[in-house]
Write a protein that binds this ligand. Structure first.
Ligand code: NAP
Length: 282
């Protein structure tokens, strides 16, 4: 029902981080439903080519905007690109992540992760949420991750930012639905994207379910307006239930630590624990 979708979330969606991977698929499925688009990425290539291909294939207006979502003036830059264009759906997909020991990543990298993953969605949800509430219609999608359901070693900062997205999005689902705005947070498991491939996971000893991006976006679009958050994929829903409901918290964190060390054994040297720092119960 592209017409109903367009009148609820149109005329245009903004996909923040939409040049490759999951964000590119968000842009594709929204174009297929008849929405015009503004697609944001940090680099020109392959953003422009993707936008041109979508416009050609689906006959919608697709604009590209090269913006670093970590910029201090990101909101001004987005507004300057948009001018008078009306945004009916915001998909904040971009994220920064670092796989490794917390102490090994420099502080600037950690703060950049906070800017892209937390400050960016907060600013854009504030700005576009107000405009949507004034119109009495619209939607906001935030991306989260299974890693946010408990502390996740080796991606500690990233997982914490994804918890921020989940808690922010779920609260906004309740607040904004009374104003006609649908908010959904997508708690994704591993997906075959350039971001995932770049982490070079070794799946020979432990292989988590890895989804393609198409069903993730399809399930998310089916859930928009119906529920505060979803976990796409049956295997991921089982993992989420195990980690957040069935296992004691301590076991859940330890299980994630073991899984992450198995996936990233080559990249991450196990940190020696200085004597005298372990708790007596360990
Ligand atoms: N892949 C997974 O396994 C997985 C699992 C759970 C959750 N997620 C979540 O799903 C979302 C998408 O993940 P993905 O793997 O598809 O990511 P990805 O392959 O790394 O792509 C990220 C997109 O965001 C853009 N981007 C990143 N930093 C940006 C910045 N500072 N300014 C502007 N654009 C920026 C990238 O454009 P440029 O290349 O131009 O920077 C790209 O278009 C993320 O929110 C992630 O947390 C992913």
């Amino acid at each position: 029902m592209p017409d109903a979708f367009r009148s609820r979330y149109g005329p245009r969606a903004l996909v923040a981080g939409g040049s490759v991977g999951l964000g590119a698929e968000w842009a594709r499925q929204l174009a297929a439903r008849g929405l015009d688009l503004v697609v944001v990425a940090e680099s020109d290539d392959p953003l422009k080519a993707h936008c041109e291909a979508l416009a050609h294939e689906y006959g919608v207006d697709v604009r590209s905007a090269v913006i670093d979502l970590a910029d201090a003036d990101v909101l001004d830059r987005v507004q300057a690109e948009l001018g008078e264009l009306e945004i009916g759906l915001l998909v904040y997909n971009a994220a920064q992540s670092y796989v490794g020991n917390f102490l090994d990543q420099d502080l600037d990298g950690k703060l950049r992760t906070l800017d892209v993953n937390c400050r960016g969605p907060l600013l854009l949800a504030h700005h576009f949420g107000r405009a949507m509430a004034e119109r009495g219609r619209g939607g906001i999608v935030l991306m989260s991750s299974l890693s946010c359901l408990q502390g996740t070693p080796l991606v500690a900062t990233y997982a914490a930012t994804k918890a921020f997205n989940l808690i922010l999005g779920e609260a906004l689902w309740e607040e904004l639905r009374h104003l006609g705005v649908d908010v959904l947070t997508v708690i994704a498991g591993a997906m075959r994207t350039p971001g995932w491939e770049q982490t070079r996971p070794d799946q020979s000893r432990f292989s988590p379910p890895v989804m393609e991006v198409e069903p993730v976006v399809r399930e998310a679009l089916g859930a928009l307006g119906r529920t505060p958050s979803i976990v796409p994929g049956r295997a991921n829903r089982w993992s989420a239930r195990l980690l957040s409901r069935l296992l004691p918290r301590k076991r859940a964190v330890e299980t994630m630590g073991r899984s992450m060390r198995s996936l990233y054994a080559d990249q991450v040297k196990r940190q020696p624990i200085p004597s005298g720092t372990r708790s007596a119960r360990d």
